[in-house]
Design a protein around this ligand. Structure first.
Ligand code: PEP
Ligand code: MN
Length: 349
């Protein structure tokens, strides 16, 4: 932390600030210029000290120097992390594709979507069983029955499953079924939920809150990491802006920024991020070109009949075309698609 004293600050003001800082067991160095006095604070300060010092007499400003997200920060030496999700991985150089329906609607719908995305080379299956709906009267998801269908689809295809958890009280139950727990944009700053998934023993896909800055998002990740879970994958899914022609504005600036600022792997969700199926393939390619470790995309057997997010869901032909476009591009970038998960051997008759 650096503290800048006001021009009119007295010697006693500077001493009082130094004493306050020393009381926390920290050291200070004072630099006296012609008009200004600056106090450099050395050591790990308690987070509250910044605000407290700003209120002291004679203080003009106080600013932090290090990142406040100590566990998520990249640091000078730190390699980027790889997070394992069942037999798949996010990070580590290869491009990972998570695909499946927005929402689990029925056994037939999920089976069809799961076998399509597996056959096209996806690495994990997505599907919501608990849906955060704007209206309490809308379909809320199949709940635990949806999780059972996801577990069946995993058994049939070998794909690990990624599914959203909405409520801290349901984390344990969702973690019994899922290979990765998704925290959605509407819950990105639900700190009790973040703490709970921090103790769930499963990797976490942490979406960006639609109104959150990158720094706020990294502090959300810090909650999960600080609760003891090192396996966090960040997911850029678009933010609210003044633009209304797409559902959200997919912030691809986040990709190179986050590669600098955090070691955590990052995927992009061009489905929620645009709201339009025809934008999903170009923005998948753009996300991977920008350095994303993968994407999560919505795929539905009959998007026109989907209960949720049909407008932004790819049909099977579109998903096949996306994979066919992505494969050579990822290879050309030196980050080829990982080999697809192998379907488990059929049970003996
Ligand atoms: C979803 O993945 O279907 C979803 C609801 O995501 P988000 O939280 O990003 O809106
Ligand atoms: Mn969706």
């Amino acid at each position: 932390m650096i503290i800048v004293m006001q021009d009119a600050a007295s010697q006693a003001d500077t001493l009082a600030v130094q004493e306050r800082v020393h009381a926390e067991g920290l050291e200070t160095r004072v630099l006296r210029g012609v008009a200004k006095t600056v106090i450099a604070v050395i050591g790990h300060r308690p987070p509250e000290l910044l605000q407290q010092v700003r209120r002291m007499g004679g203080v003009e400003s106080a600013m932090p120097i290090g990142e406040p997200f100590k566990l998520a920060a990249r640091g000078p030496e730190r390699e980027r992390s790889t997070v394992r999700v069942g037999g798949a991985a996010v990070g580590g150089g290869a491009v990972t594709v998570i695909a499946g329906p927005c929402t689990v609607e029925s056994r037939a719908q999920l089976e069809a979507a799961a076998s399509c995305v597996a056959a096209s080379g996806a690495h994990a299956l997505r599907g919501g069983a608990f849906k955060p709906r704007s209206s309490p009267y809308s379909f809320q998801g199949l709940g635990e029955a949806g999780l059972e269908l996801l577990a069946e689809a995993r058994a049939a295809t070998g794909l690990p499953i990624v599914t959203e958890v909405l409520d801290p009280r349901q984390v344990e139950m969702v973690a019994e079924y899922a290979d990765m727990l998704q925290v959605g944009t509407r819950n990105a700053q639900n700190y009790p939920l973040l703490r709970e998934v921090g103790g769930c023993g499963r990797p976490v896909l942490l979406k960006r809150g639609m109104g959150n800055t990158i720094d706020e998002w990294l502090m959300c990740a810090e909650y999960v990491l600080a609760a003891g879970n090192p396996d966090v994958v960040l997911c850029e899914r678009g933010i609210r802006t003044f633009e209304t022609t797409s559902r959200f504005t997919l912030d691809l600036n986040a990709v190179p920024l986050l590669r600098q600022r955090t070691h955590l792997p990052l995927v992009v969700d061009p489905s929620q991020g645009t709201g339009h199926w025809f934008m999903v393939e170009p923005l998948t390619l753009a996300a991977v070109a920008a350095g994303a470790d993968g994407v999560i995309v919505e795929v539905h057997p009959t998007p026109e009949a989907a209960l949720l997010d049909g407008q932004q869901s790819l049909n099977f032909d579109h998903f096949g075309a996306l994979m066919a476009a992505l494969r050579p591009m990822a290879a050309a970038l030196g980050r080829p698609l990982a080999a697809p998960a192998r379907a488990p051997a059929p049970a003996a008759a």
